[in-house]
Design a protein around this ligand. Structure first.
Ligand code: KIV
Length: 310
């Protein structure tokens, strides 16, 4: 008798959410709820996630908003910057994150090139994030020049989170990753950008890499929530990249990040133990092995007497 292919465990590796839990989310955060938090001056918590297990942990921690950022390209896919990330890669990871969330508001980044060629193409691509991937909103980078597109997307029922300041998809035109809005003229431009994007229908706006004073001013003039990253504590909410929180970027932390745990050291220690256990025959042990039943053992022994005596 051969047991190959039989299901040996009820749970193997990551356990999926129960269908009943997934279909009746208790309190799914909405864009209205994010606005209520701004109005009540309660900080909005946001974090990136790119896969099912980490998104599930972020969701269970009660984070309000999860962004499948195109930082995916750097922290998960190993690209040098965010520019090579494709629409298919973003959709793939957004689907995985969507399967994990019961609570958080899910935003997906539209990658470089997916909204730049034409408004029509941008709307078609934006719709895919909502329809196929389960996002509740998409995020696009850029200021006043994106206002018309924000309006088109909003008209097409694709809620938009805007993103101004240091916009990594513009790294070549910005001459690298530099703090933005540091001169009076640049401050005025960013204030005008925020106003134009809000008027166009954006539901929230990410402020990245700008002086605290400017972020505070945009936040106080804005009727939609501002979510800061490297923009100081006066924004309506804060977002960080998951891998920065856990020292999983293999690079020195930027000034605006805070490391809450050393994931690299944690994983390295476990990996070294696993390698040593396998190399020294300590893994797996007998308790970690499956066994034939006594009946089957007896059957095999009775059927192969010569092998036993050999
Ligand atoms: O891609 C990303 O992770 C982002 C955040 C930094 C806001 O855009």
């Amino acid at each position: 008798m051969f047991l190959g292919g039989a299901a040996l465990e009820n749970t193997m590796s990551v356990t999926r959410l129960r269908a009943s839990a997934a279909s009746t989310p208790p309190h799914r955060v909405t864009s209205g709820a994010l606005l209520q938090k701004k109005l009540a001056r309660q900080p909005i918590t946001a974090l990136t996630a790119y896969d099912y297990p980490t998104a599930r942990l972020v969701d269970q921690a009660g984070i309000d908003m999860v962004l499948v950022g195109d930082s995916l390209g750097m922290v998960v896919l190993g690209y040098e910057n965010t520019l090579p990330v494709t629409l298919d890669e973003m959709l793939h990871h957004t689907r995985a994150v969507a399967r994990a969330l019961l609570h958080a508001f899910l935003v997906a980044d539209m990658p470089y090139g997916s909204y730049h060629a034409s408004q029509r193409e941008a709307v078609c691509n934006g719709l895919r994030f909502i329809k196929e991937a389960g996002a509740q909103a998409i995020k696009i980078e850029g200021g006043s020049s994106r206002a018309k597109l924000v309006q088109r997307l909003t008209d097409a029922e694709v809620p938009v989170v805007a993103h101004i300041g240091l916009t990594p998809q513009s790294m070549h035109s910005m001459g690298g990753y530099r703090v933005q809005g540091t001169s009076p003229e640049a401050m005025d431009r960013l204030l005008a950008d925020a106003r134009a994007l809000e008027e166009a229908g954006a539901i929230a706006i990410v402020l990245e890499g700008i002086p605290r004073e400017l972020a505070a001013s945009i936040t106080s003039h804005s009727g939609i929530p501002t979510i800061g990253i490297g923009a100081g504590p006066d924004c309506d909410g804060q977002i960080l990249v998951f891998h920065d929180l856990f020292n999983l970027t293999f690079s020195p932390p930027a000034k605006f990040t805070r490391q809450y745990a050393d994931g690299a050291a944690f994983f390295a220690s476990a990996l070294n133990q696993y390698r040593d256990d396998v190399a020294t025959h300590r893994f797996p042990n007998d308790a970690e092995s499956y066994h034939l039943s006594r009946g089957v053992m007896a059957e095999i022994e009775a059927a192969t007497p010569r092998a036993r005596n050999a």
